[in-house]
Design a binder for this molecule. Sequence first.
Ligand SMILES: NC(=O)c1ccc[n+]([C@@H]2O[C@H](COP(=O)([O-])OP(=O)(O)OC[C@H]3O[C@@H](n4cnc5c(N)ncnc54)[C@H](O)[C@@H]3O)[C@@H](O)[C@H]2O)c1
Length: 317
Amino acid sequence: MRVGVLGVGRIGAFHARALAAMDEVEQVVVADADHARAEAFAVEAGVEAGADARVEAASVADVYAKVDAVVIAAPTAVHADLLRRAADAGLPILCEKPIALDPAIARDVVAYVHARGAGLHVGFQRRFDPMYVAARAAVRAGAVGTLTRVHAVSVDRQPPHPAFVPGSGGIYRDTHIHDFDIVPWVTGVPIVEVTAIGANRGADVFRENDDVDVSAVLFRLADDTLGTAHAGRQHAPGYDVRLEVAGTAGTHACGGVTEGDFLTRFGDAYRAELAAFVAMVAGRAASPCTGAEALAAQAVAEACVVSRREGRPVRVR
Ligand SMILES: NC(=O)c1ccc[n+]([C@@H]2O[C@H](COP(=O)([O-])OP(=O)(O)OC[C@H]3O[C@@H](n4cnc5c(N)ncnc54)[C@H](O)[C@@H]3O)[C@@H](O)[C@H]2O)c1
């Protein structure tokens, strides 16, 4: 198959290289609003893949006609537009999280994509990471008994480039959203209430964009399990990703600081996610993370935005 990658920044470049290394992918077509970036990337990645022709650059407008599926890895603000175009072209889509900066736009575009019958897989790669897979299996096997507490940590090694911050949607939609997807996925129980606080302890760019770079979220699951989630934008020794799930019969604790950043920590998970997408495109498997599931995670992030702004607990809608 031929797969298009829209946006070859931090995550798009990783996805395009990983796709070019897959046997089932004949060609990767990259496109970027900065066309020179796409062209330079195609040359470099084509050489790495061992056959220049396997990675080619196209304009953002032309890519849809050249491929059998697309990966959307452009900034979040443009996801909705790119999703609609891909759905109009009848292509299966892997879209990076979050779907949109505005929850109403996210809901509308998911409905639009579904109405056109395009397959949609949203990029929550933690579902493919052995640590979270093992935690989910432990909970389901009864190893922790009746759930009582959950604790999640997601702290980046270094802040994103400053230009990324204004369009990121802020720490809840951009970073914590991974926790808001994975906690219900591991426990099998949705998050129904949050209280979010944040602080500015690092780079000025977050404060300047009404964002925080340190965050703590208290949450309640639908079965009354209580939880906490911490996120941060800078931790020099490495990327810190942890999960603790505790209950009446025991505790399953996993993760910790690893050297490198999210691309090294989750490299294998991203590759497994792309393999699952290729299986979906080939008709061998259903979407491993649907639009509805991504909207559920975003609803928790939206409740956090309101909670921090208004300084009160907020029910997830
Ligand atoms: N799943 C994850 O762990 C993960 C990690 C990082 C980023 N992301 C998500 O991926 C997306 C991209 O993040 P990033 O860190 O790679 O950003 P980035 O700023 O590094 O790269 C974005 C690229 O998209 C290009 N672009 C801008 N507008 C475009 C358009 N209309 N069409 C095509 N290309 C366009 C930019 O020129 C740039 O090259 C964001 O939605 C982000 O939330 C997800």
